[in-house]
Design a protein around this ligand. Structure first.
Ligand code: SF4
Length: 62
């Protein structure tokens, strides 16, 4: 995504299994490389992880 990924927009690099197509490749954005997931971020389910991401997006919205 040349202008960055806006909040709330699905990354174009996600495949049908929600896996990053760029994982392990040099084209993967530095911000993605630098993100270190934590148990609090991932939670115990997809819904918990999405709730965490939503809270981050709200907290960082312009
Ligand atoms: S790790 Fe980065 S490039 Fe890969 S799917 Fe997630 S936001 Fe997109």
């Amino acid at each position: 995504m040349p202008d960055g990924k806006p909040a709330g927009v699905r990354c174009v690099q996600l495949d049908g299994m929600n896996r990053c197509r760029l994982f392990g490749r040099p084209e993967r954005p530095a911000v993605c490389l630098g993100l270190r997931p934590t148990p609090a971020m991932c939670g115990a389910s997809r819904d918990q992880a999405l709730a965490y991401l939503t809270a981050l997006e709200i907290a960082t919205a312009p």
